[in-house]
Ligand binder design. Structure first.
Ligand code: GTP
Ligand code: MG
Length: 345
């Protein structure tokens, strides 16, 4: 062997938007599980991470995505809460993301946290697609299960179509009022300059194939070079949550965005006091498609490579901070890694 093991990592996709506009339902649709049902008042209180392999993305996208056209391994979705009190969680999710979906209820239009999310996306220069969600609630809508939006359009009455179009143009106008040039996604030639709007229903699945197609296209075209990582390099990530893990003591939920973390690594974790230097006790990972936040059975693994959501159990993690960096100590003196973590905090 020798040399570095270059590989393309999974792009991280943040799902942002106003409370109740359908972020979690959209992810549920994508992963075929029902996190919404288990949530207190259906409000997302924490960031979760869900890995969706390329085969699943292309299965859901149907004829719109040919897996042979893509060499990225899939998409890692991060759900964020829309409730106004969780703005730190939203910025954390936005800052971690390579690309994003801004979910907007097509009847409700722009709301305070829609605008807040747009500001985060602007500040972090994150490319995004707008899911104009809940199209099935347009009066007279004739729901079509899991079909591309064009097929669904063709099945609608002129009246339903006209009502939807009116709402969509209002949305495009609001995006423009906030200095984002946007259009219906099938009219967008250059996604680097224009935001694509995709009509969706997270409930019926209409338009979901299109959202996945745009995300894969955005990733492949605009992120591919940035996704090249040294898989053998020291792992780097961000702490999402600190909590007790039965049988393992305190653990941190981490989104790993670079390198690899191994079960015998020493890690440095940002904390309320000095950074914590500790040895990994266990690496725990939910199965693909499972939701790290609700999955109770984790698999203990020897190593995890970016991008991924995982739990790291280790001694002395009690003072670890959500939002803080995590870095693996390897090829670099421990003091330098500690200094790097301090600087990132
Ligand atoms: P927060 O996490 O609290 O910010 O909300 P959210 O954006 O994750 O919304 P959630 O997915 O929990 O959906 C809120 C409600 O809207 C739920 O009752 C969903 O069933 C419903 N809903 C979401 N998407 C759709 C849709 O496309 N059509 C219809 N009819 N209902 C939807
Ligand atoms: Mg939610």
């Amino acid at each position: 062997a020798g040399g570095t093991a270059e590989s393309l990592r999974t792009p991280i996709v943040a799902v942002l938007g106003h409370v109740d506009h359908g972020k979690t339902t959209l992810l549920d649709k994508i992963r075929g599980s029902a996190v919404t049902d288990g949530e207190a008042g259906a409000i997302t209180q924490h960031i979760g991470a869900t890995a969706v392999p390329l085969e699943t993305v292309s299965e859901l996208a149907g004829s719109l995505v040919d897996p042979d056209d893509f060499d990225l391994p899939g998409l890692l979705f991060i759900d964020t809460p829309g409730h106004h009190s969780f703005s730190t969680l939203r910025s954390r999710g936005g800052a971690l993301a390579d690309i994003a979906i801004l979910v907007v209820d097509v009847n409700d239009g722009f709301q305070p946290q829609t605008i807040e999310a747009l500001d985060i996306l602007r500040r972090t220069e994150t490319p995004f697609v707008v899911a104009a969600n809940k199209i099935d609630t347009v009066p007279g809508w004739n729901p079509q299960s899991d079909v591309p939006i064009q097929e669904s359009y063709d099945a609608q009455s002129d009246r339903a179509r006209a009502t939807l179009d009116e709402n969509l143009y209002e949305l495009i106008g609001e995006l423009s009022d906030h200095d984002f040039s946007a259009d219906m996604y099938w009219r967008v030639q250059n996604f680097a300059n224009n935001v694509g709007v995709v009509p969706t229903s997270a409930e019926t699945g209409e338009g979901v194939p299109d959202v996945l197609t745009v995300l894969m296209g955005l990733s492949q075209r605009y992120l591919k070079d940035a996704m090249a990582i040294d898989v053998d390099g020291p792992g780097a990530g961000t702490v999402l949550e600190v909590k007790d893990q039965k049988g393992f003591g305190t653990a941190i939920d981490v989104v790993l965005y670079d390198g690899t973390v191994r079960s015998d690594d020493t890690i440095v974790v940002g904390a309320s006091g000095d950074p914590i230097v500790t040895d990994v006790r266990a690496l725990l990972q939910p199965r693909p498609l499972a939701e790290i936040r609700t999955e109770s059975r984790f698999e203990q693994v020897d190593a995890v490579s970016a991008a991924a959501g995982l739990k790291i159990a280790a001694p002395e993690l009690d003072s670890a901070m959500a939002g803080a960096p995590v870095r693996v100590v390897r090829d670099q003196p421990r003091e330098e890694v500690v200094a790097a973590v301090e600087e990132e905090l």
